[in-house]
Design a protein around this ligand. Structure first.
Ligand SMILES: [Zn+2]
Length: 350
């Protein structure tokens, strides 16, 4: 009798599911269209305009069960390799038959940067690909690509993670950013996701633009549209170290567990270091730079961060920490022009 009741119950659920229309039987991003329980690969087409168009690779992992839509994007800066490798690995790491909801994965936004090994900008128009959101249809390549990503990825997701790392010239200690929008429910949700991600240093970013039409950053484009989202960084100076890649892959999987997209438990980071302000130390003059601290070093106000010589080895400048804090990244190469960033110092919230 008990067996019969269970069987009837299961049958009932099956009938109910079959009877209801699945509003998302297929999920499409760009040319990638995935049926439930499948992974599809395709591209976002950035149309030609005042300069060339190009394709951005995208994968859609459409879960067998309904659930939230999580977008994970990296490679706005195409030489932040650890983050790019991490997102490319996620494509096959997540089994769509085990997934609830949908993953949109974009490992490499800035293809020209990756191909030409050009840090910081898209070499086609010399613009950072994380500063021109929400983008336009009429601007240069970076602005058109940003527009396509806003329409195809941000507007179709419920949550977004933007992954970065130290660029070719940045020796960076891993950290996440938690954006404070002022909407308490949204901020509590994004805080929960940042803690689930698991990096133990978190920069509180309270000064991001509030206008969705002038959002500038990718994460901010999602946050100003009411979607709890965050940015995380790991990797440094062109390296692809296992610890960095794994931190980003496991962090992303833990966010999927926190969103109940994947089964299994996760351990949110306990007692992270909250950084309330980040101070940029810039070069007062160019030359050859030598760091005196490492990424992650705690410094006092006045601690020597590094020094600059001329091209014949004579010391011409020193830089010192403007406040006590942690070196979130320090310049990784000798090349230094006036106004270049030497280091960033995170002031820890007490
Ligand atoms: Zn970046």
């Amino acid at each position: 009798m008990r067996t019969f009741i269970v069987a009837a119950f299961v049958l009932g659920v099956g009938v109910a599911t079959a009877g209801a229309q699945d509003a998302r039987a297929t999920f499409t991003v760009g040319t990638a269209a995935a049926a439930r329980g499948q992974t599809a690969r395709g591209v976002l087409k950035v149309p030609a305009g005042s300069d060339a168009g190009y394709d951005i690779a995208v994968a859609v992992v459409h879960g067998a069960r309904p659930g939230p839509v999580l977008a994970i994007v990296s490679g706005a800066h195409g030489t932040e390799y650890a983050s790019i490798v991490a997102v490319s690995r996620l494509v096959d790491a997540v089994d769509p038959t085990q997934l609830g909801g949908t993953l949109i994965l974009i490992p490499l936004v800035n293809v020209p940067s990756f191909e030409g090994m050009v840090p910081h900008v898209n070499p086609v128009d010399n613009k950072s690909m994380n500063r021109y959101y929400p983008g336009t249809t009429g601007g240069s390549q970076t602005e058109r690509a940003s527009h396509v990503i806003t329409k195809e990825v941000v507007e179709k997701c419920d949550h977004l993670i933007d992954l970065h790392g130290g660029d070719l010239d940045e020796s960076l200690r891993p950290y996440s950013y938690w954006t404070v929008t002022g909407n308490q429910a949204q901020d509590a949700r994004s805080r929960e996701l940042v803690l689930a991600f698991g990096l133990d240093h978190i920069i509180i970013s309270a000064d991001r633009p509030k206008d969705p039409n002038a959002s500038r950053f990718l994460e901010n484009t999602a946050s100003t549209r009411g979607k709890p989202s965050f940015t995380a960084e790991a990797g440094h100076a062109g390296t692809v170290e296992t610890d960095d890649v794994e931190a980003l892959v496991h962090g992303s999987m833990n966010v999927m567990r926190a969103l109940k997209m994947l089964p299994g438990s996760y351990q949110p980071v306990e007692n992270p270091v909250w950084i309330e302000r980040v101070i940029t130390v810039s070069a007062e003059q160019g030359g050859m730079f030598y760091a005196s601290v490492k990424r992650g070093t705690y410094v006092d106000k006045g601690t020597k961060i590094g020094y600059v010589t001329d091209y014949l080895g004579k010391t011409i400048a020193e830089s010192r920490a403007p406040e006590a804090g942690i070196v979130t990244f320090v310049r990784a190469v000798p090349s230094l022009r006036k106004s270049d960033t030497i280091a960033t110092v995170g002031v820890v919230k007490r």
